[in-house]
Design a protein around this ligand. Structure first.
Ligand SMILES: Cc1cc2nc3c(=O)[nH]c(=O)nc-3n(C[C@H](O)[C@H](O)[C@H](O)COP(=O)(O)OP(=O)(O)OC[C@H]3O[C@@H](n4cnc5c(N)ncnc54)[C@H](O)[C@@H]3O)c2cc1C
Length: 415
């Protein structure tokens, strides 16, 4: 046991997941050296406020810090900011930084997160993106000088930004290529509610409207044209069309990647000394059996804790029910579970009252719930889905044992 606790650990990425891995390592008794490599100029900070209150506030990055600078010193965690990890020498167990210096490891954790998906249209260089603090600062400055803006993408980040921009008095057009907003994550009932909310508050929501180009005029205004003929001229364009996992380091190291760094239930990659956590990972969901990427603070924290437990060879933390939230105007959307593969929904309450929930079932079992201003439904659903997860985990354990006894291998093998 003491051998595990003195290992030299290197964590690439000091975001929510990387920091949680380091916190958890220390909390669970790791005494050996921990180094964190972060290419941004600061330690971990909260990203969720960037699309919510931050744009409206005067807050600085230090206001969003997850831990104070003193935390890293007090916990004896070496934080190397402004440094990019550019490759991994697996044979020599070393991470190579962009300045060619190296850090040796006994165990390596990759927590490299995701980056904003770029727009693939002519003139995309004129668009703003939102992933990090610097992006949010640039956007805040641009919004303050603007009158009209276009947001490409009606997902969480696009809609949260739309609400913030309306609160600043801007004219907002949301361009969504699909036939409804939030289409990848919620049922049509929830989508309809949020589209109506934004329209009521004065935003123009254009559905079935895929952007095709952005042209900058001499005056600096941006002409946005769409495939269906819709056009609008604005001061600022923000692209909020999803995120892409940062797998480049894992790929050059020849680790398994498939829409994310592939990890098993204990966050182990295809190299026994390398673990991964957070937005950069692709993990098999207990509920569907499919490999998926979950982009949420809850997942980053749960996987960070899991990495620490795996490195220290301790019991896995109890599985948490995935959950997510989004704040738009005075509406709090809380989502428990993952609705992928649902076969039936039930709506409780009245969308017209601004307080209702949508429950998702598969084979009669509750697998997810969207609660809109109904926190009590959210809490109850988390509990119920937790029970289902536990019984599935138990079933999976039993299946694993029978597989080890000769029933054959699953699609992804680890070690
Ligand atoms: C605007 C916005 C709003 C959001 N709102 C919500 C919300 O309401 N609720 C919710 O649950 N989630 C929300 N999320 C998602 C949530 O913030 C992420 O799921 C979470 O931050 C993931 O943590 P992570 O550590 O995996 O990745 P990140 O927080 O992205 O951290 C990864 C870090 O790794 C660093 N890095 C990457 N590659 C390298 C390298 N090669 N060398 C050195 N450093 C590297 C990056 O600079 C970054 O700091 C939001 C995200 C954004 C962008």
């Amino acid at each position: 046991m003491s051998g595990h606790r003195s290992k030299r650990i290197v964590v690439v990425g000091c975001g929510q997941a990387g920091l949680q891995a380091a916190i958890s390592l220390r909390q669970r008794g790791h005494t050996g050296p921990i180094s964190m490599i972060e290419c941004e100029s600061t330690g971990a900070y909260q990203r969720p406020p960037l699309s919510k209150n931050f744009i409206l506030s005067k807050a600085d990055c230090s206001d969003l810090a997850i831990r104070k600078d003193s935390f890293y010193r007090d916990q004896n965690i070496e934080l190397l900011t402004g440094r990019l990890a550019s490759s991994i020498d697996r044979a020599r167990k070393a991470v190579v930084l962009s300045d060619r210096s190296e850090l040796g490891y006994d165990c390596l954790a990759l927590a490299t997160g995701a980056s904003a998906r770029p727009l693939a249209v002519q003139g995309s260089e004129h668009a703003h993106y939102l992933r990090g603090f610097e992006d949010a600062l640039a956007l805040r400055t641009a919004f303050r000088a603007a009158r009209q803006i276009a947001i490409v993408g009606g997902g969480y980040i696009g809609l949260e930004l739309a609400a913030s921009a309306r609160k600043m008095g801007l004219e907002v057009t949301v361009l969504e290529a699909a036939d409804r907003v939030l289409g990848r994550v919620v049922a049509p009932e929830t989508s309809r509610f949020f589209a109506a909310l934004h329209r009521e508050r004065g935003a123009l929501i254009q559905l079935n409207t895929a952007i095709s180009s952005i042209v900058k005029s001499r005056s600096g205004r941006l002409l946005v044209s769409c495939a269906n003929g819709f056009q609008t001229e604005v001061d600022v364009v923000v692209a909020a069309v999803g995120a892409m996992p940062r797998t480049e380091l894992a790929e050059v190291a020849n680790l398994d990647t498939e829409g994310g760094i592939v990890v098993d239930v204990r966050c182990r990659t295809s190299d026994p000394l390398i673990y991964a956590a957070g937005d950069c990972t692709s993990q098999q969901l207990q509920t569907t059996g499919r490999f998926s990427r979950v982009e949420s603070v809850q997942n980053a924290i749960a996987q960070g804790n899991q990495v620490a437990a795996s490195i220290l060879e301790l019991d896995a933390p109890a599985p948490d029910v995935p959950w997510f939230w989004s704040d738009q105007y005075d509406m709090k959307l809380q989502i428990a579970g993952l609705s992928v593969g649902y076969d039936r929904i039930e709506v409780h309450g009245e969308p017209g009252d601004g307080s209702f929930s949508v429950a998702y079932f598969r084979n009669s079992a509750l697998i997810a719930l969207d609660a809109i201003n109904r926190p009590q439904d959210f809490v109850r659903a988390r509990k119920a889905i937790g029970h289902l997860q536990q019984s599935l985990a138990q079933e999976n354990k039993e299946t694993e044992v029978s597989a080890q006894n000769g029933a054959g291998d699953g699609p992804h093998q680890f070690h």
